[in-house]
Design a protein around this ligand. Structure first.
Ligand code: HEC
Length: 129
């Protein structure tokens, strides 16, 4: 990844690079392949949970960058496709995904998420690296 960027920016002056950075900073951030309209809701759920709904912050187990804790059985979420995350959360919510005792942890959480919150948090996760 890093190697592929090397040399790419060599022909730009510092001023040009600053202009390019300013241009991108001014664009709407697109997260994953989903739209950015629910980014804030997704970020809030991921980082802080939903107190009124009793949803714990996802960061508590999956980590701030979504890297997970393999040794504890908390899977990595960063970079997952939003559709995959939605499908997984819905499967926990409906009880379709019960293959492990760990799945019970996610069932309790997904059951408290609304469809809108699932979409938003899935969108957010797909952009985490
Ligand atoms: C208390 C710890 C804990 C919290 C908090 C938690 N998770 Fe999980 N999560 C787990 C565990 C354990 C698994 C693996 C369950 C299994 O084996 O099916 C998992 C699995 C998942 C998966 C499936 C990943 C895969 O690779 O198939 C998704 C998606 C997910 N969690 C999303 C979330 C989201 C979104 C939140 C916040 C709303 C959240 N989790 C909060 C522990 C947690």
């Amino acid at each position: 990844m890093i190697e592929s960027m090397m040399g790419l920016l060599d022909n730009y002056t510092e001023d040009q690079l600053r202009d390019i950075a300013a241009y991108y900073a001014a664009q709407d951030t697109k997260v994953g392949q989903a739209d950015s309209s629910n980014f804030e809701l997704g970020q809030r759920i991921y980082r802080a949970g939903n107190l009124s709904g009793g949803v714990p912050a996802c960061t508590g187990c999956h980590g701030p960058q979504g890297k997970g804790v393999e040794s504890a059985g908390y899977p990595k979420l960063s970079g997952q496709k939003a559709e995959y995350v939605v499908t997984s959360l819905v499967a926990y919510k409906t009880g379709e995904r019960v293959h492990s005792s760990n799945a019970k942890i996610m069932q309790g959480i997904a059951a408290r998420l609304t469809t809108e919150e699932i979409r938003a948090v899935a969108n957010y996760v797909s952009g985490l690296y």
